[in-house]
Design a protein around this ligand. Structure first.
Ligand code: IMP
Length: 441
């Protein structure tokens, strides 16, 4: 049975939640492998809208098992809120949700350090979500992090907490002049969380291995996206985890040899939240139009997103770094009213044409987009059920993106609803999920 990774190809918010939700009925397990509650995966099912932050989007499908892998950092308070909200809406968690013992905890001092560090950076701030994700990964890499398994061992948890609180308080007080924490207040709260979460905490790498050996199919749900990856993104304006396809292995313990394919999710244009370079960024009326038509406000923070044209240099880079087999293109409908649509095919830097995404952050910051202009289709695409129903100029736009990016597209999304999706002819998804033909058409 195929095990497939789904990743974002741009700077996040591409609509991975919708794609994972559409494919979830074809797999047995959905596993999150990176990030934390900085993510906001929106899924619309009929009149119901769900925004998931830490729990995999597969949870909305009865019988689909969901794993929070060791690569995820978990804020237990936020996770419990999310769990309670799902249970109130009739979602069954028991037997369907499994949390890795090795996933690191976001502790109360992590958001405090995140916010204090951002404030101190001033103009150079990253524009983080303020959820403490970066500082939690700092502790993980620094080998002082506290993990899910520690929650189940009060003595060990207290010991690690005492050490950490003493050190973090010094940093908060002496470097940031910020409020400090007491061990007892955190201990009390986290031990209550432990009671709640204990039934879900387990060795998920072993579970996944057994499930895969027994023929289960796993989908690995990425969070954030390629250009926010700690190694391959636009450093330092990135998140602190391995958001690209390689992270699916390290973030779950499933070896690369058991993974059969990678699906990238791209918006038909580009958005970015927070600071950092964005070569195709627009301003003025066009940016406002994409913001308004695309409802481009962060699902986690509510911040307006920066908007720009589709960047095929980034698209090709995402294909290379993730080994993408195919791309699901989302939010095509947002461009429906435009007279012309631009696509960035290369960058111009100091007289040189660059067709590959530059590694050097100063080059990225200075790169000017080279655009190709296509005619807009000025007709609604929402509700089209197959490619032939799309306006010819919209089809031309899609074909041109496919040519530039270099892999075939599998899905075209023209709205938030599940049924506002086109399964492309010869969609590579059918190789893995033949039954998707009847369910998605
Ligand atoms: P952090 O992950 O909160 O540390 O934020 C680091 C950078 O990643 C900032 O630019 C955030 O805006 C961005 N980021 C984090 N999570 C998301 C997301 O789910 N969508 C889009 N951008 C994100």
């Amino acid at each position: 049975m195929p095990n497939i990774v789904v990743v974002g190809t741009q700077w996040g918010d591409e609509g991975k939640g919708k794609v994972v939700d559409l494919l979830a009925p074809h797999v047995n397990v959905v596993a999150r492998f990176a990030g934390g509650n900085n993510a906001g995966h929106t899924v619309v099912a009929g009149r119901e809208k769900y925004v998931l932050h830490t729990i995999p989007s597969g949870i909305l499908h009865p019988g689909c098992r969901c794993v929070i892998g060791c690569g995820v950092v978990v804020d237990p308070g936020s996770l419990i809120e999310e769990m309670e909200a799902l249970v109130r809406r009739g979602v069954q968690l028991d037997g369907n949700l499994f949390i890795s013992k090795n996933a690191h905890l976001i502790m109360p001092y992590h958001p405090a350090l995140d916010l204090a560090s951002e404030a101190k950076l001033g103009d150079r701030r990253i524009g983080t979500t303020g959820k403490g994700v970066g500082p939690a990964y700092v502790d993980k890499a620094g080998r002082v992090g506290i993990r899910m398994a520690d929650l189940l061992n009060e003595r060990l948890f207290r010991e690690k907490l005492e050490r950490n609180v003493a050190q973090k308080n010094r940093v908060l007080r002496e470097i940031y002049d910020a409020e400090t924490f007491t061990v007892e207040e955190i201990l009390d709260k986290y031990l209550r969380y432990a009671g709640w979460l204990a039934p879900y905490i387990t060795d998920t790498a072993l579970l996944l291995s057994r499930w895969i050996d027994s023929g289960y199919s796993v989908m690995f749900e990425g969070a954030q996206a390629t250009m926010l990856d700690i190694d391959h993104g636009t450093y330092p304006y990135i998140t602190s985890s391995s958001t690209t396809a390689g992270g699916a292995s390290t973030g779950t313990g499933v070896p690369p040899t058991k993974i059969h394919g990678v699906v990238g999710v791209s918006k038909a244009y580009t958005t970015r939240v927070g600071g950092g370079p964005f070569p195709t960024e627009l301003s003025g009326t066009l940016a406002d139009l994409l913001l308004a038509r695309g409802h481009e406000y962060g699902a986690t923070t509510g911040r307006p997103r920066r908007c720009g044209w589709f960047d095929a240099v980034v698209g090709r880079y995402a294909v290379r770094i993730n080994g993408l087999d195919t791309v699901a293109l989302t939010k095509l409908d947002v461009l429906d009213t435009l007279e012309t649509v631009k696509v960035c095919t290369a960058y111009l830097h100091r007289g040189e044409i660059l067709t590959e995404f530059p590694e050097d952050e100063t080059v990225v910051a200075e790169a000017q987009p080279v655009y190709e202009e296509l005619e807009g289709w000025r007709a609604p695409t929402v509700g089209a059920r197959n490619e032939a129903d799309l306006p010819a100029k919209a089809r031309r736009y899609i074909e041109r993106l496919e040519e530039l990016v270099g892999v075939p597209f599998c899905l075209i999304s023209t709205g938030a609803q599940r049924e506002e999706t086109i399964l492309c002819e010869d969609s590579p998804l059918l190789r893995w999920f033949p039954s998707a033909r009847s369910s998605l058409l």
